[in-house]
Design a protein around this ligand. Structure first.
Ligand SMILES: Nc1ncnc2c1ncn2[C@@H]1O[C@H](COP(=O)(O)OP(=O)(O)OP(=O)(O)O)[C@@H](O)[C@H]1O
Ligand SMILES: [Mg+2]
Length: 299
């Protein structure tokens, strides 16, 4: 679902843009985030976030795209980043992935301040971004795509065969771990469905044994059932201890059903934070467009 950029934003939106909604209840902006988020005792959550981004600003010339946005990612959780078009979601995950450098703000990885100047810096820390099927080669099969750009070593005819055999073993292992064991390893990915290609793109990032995987609109071109499969896959990865960040506009299905926490961005800042199991798609959408300021949704 896409929302028109021309949506009317109330004048006081900037004043409340840091106000956080928790479980449908409006919480004062001054309240420390820790008090409104799930506790460290929540099953599956690590004590120290894998990633903690605080008060991130990003300017593109005169355009102020991020205005003090914050985001935590814990091991074992799936965080949805949602918001209207232009809210700053992609910019936020690009700062996280080292594609953009923040103009200001703090970035901690596993509790330690880090400076990430490039995607390589982020990858070294274990942060992988899943680029969509555009990054896959349609005429190559799953194994070739998985290992594209980092083929296992070995030269000559024999070496090449050995390499292929090793790659297949590794590919089967990774796909098995992701419960994608029945994907064909030998069909060109161009002949696969959009959902299958998305799964291969995700598997490709997993080969690097990352700690955090970022997906920007992974279900945008997918059918309902294929989106559900992506949801199942990212849950499998989170259950294995990864932190997952997923940007999505599919609020009513994918976001409320496949994630643990929903962070709503508006005008480059945090607008609301929900536990996915405690919120309706409608409440999330209201927070995205700023339709319910000052209204206690809990009743
Ligand atoms: N490289 C860039 N140069 C200049 N402006 C940019 C750049 N990238 C993003 N912006 C601007 O920053 C703002 C936030 O954009 P961003 O792509 O982060 O939004 P988004 O929430 O991902 O939106 P969408 O849902 O449409 O993908 C927009 O006003 C956009 O035009
Ligand atoms: Mg975007």
């Amino acid at each position: 679902m896409k929302f028109a950029k021309a949506l009317k934003i109330p004048k006081f939106a900037s004043q409340i843009s840091n106000t956080l909604l928790r479980g449908g209840v409006m919480v004062a902006p001054s309240l420390p985030r820790e008090e409104i988020e799930m506790t460290d005792a929540t099953p599956g959550r690590s004590a120290t976030p894998l990633i903690s981004m605080r008060n991130i600003h990003k300017r593109f010339g005169s355009l102020h795209a991020l205005r003090g946005a914050s985001l935590d990612v814990h091991a074992g959780e799936v965080v949805a980043l949602v918001g209207d078009n232009g809210a700053g979601k992609s910019t936020m995950v690009k700062v996280m992935a080292g594609v953009h450098m923040a103009t200001s703000g703090e970035y901690e990885f596993e509790g330690k301040p880090v400076t990430i100047n490039s995607p390589t810096d982020a990858q070294k820390l274990g942060i992988q971004t899943v680029y969509q099927d555009l990054a896959l080669c349609a005429n190559l099969d799953a194994v070739q795509n998985l290992f594209l750009g980092r083929e296992l070593t070995g030269s000559g005819l024999f070496g090449r065969r050995l390499r292929r055999a090793e790659s297949e073993v590794k590919a089967r292992e990774v796909l098995g771990r992701m419960r994608l064991g029945n994907l064909s390893l030998t069909r060109p990915v161009g002949a696969m469905s959009g959902g299958q290609r998305q799964n291969i793109a995700i598997a490709r990032s997993i080969l690097w044994t990352p700690k955090v995987v970022i997906l920007d609109e992974p279900t945008a071109a997918l059918s309902h059932s294929a989106a559900e499969q992506v949801g199942t896959l990212i849950r499998t990865l989170a259950d294995q201890g990864l932190g997952i960040v997923v940007v999505s506009h599919d609020i009513h299905n994918f976001v409320v059903n496949a994630t643990d926490r929903i962070e709503v961005m508006r005008l480059g800042a945090n607008a609301a934070s929900f536990k996915s199991s405690e919120v309706t798609g409608e409440q999330v959408v209201n927070a995205m467009v700023g339709g319910n300021e000052g209204v206690n949704l809990a009743g």
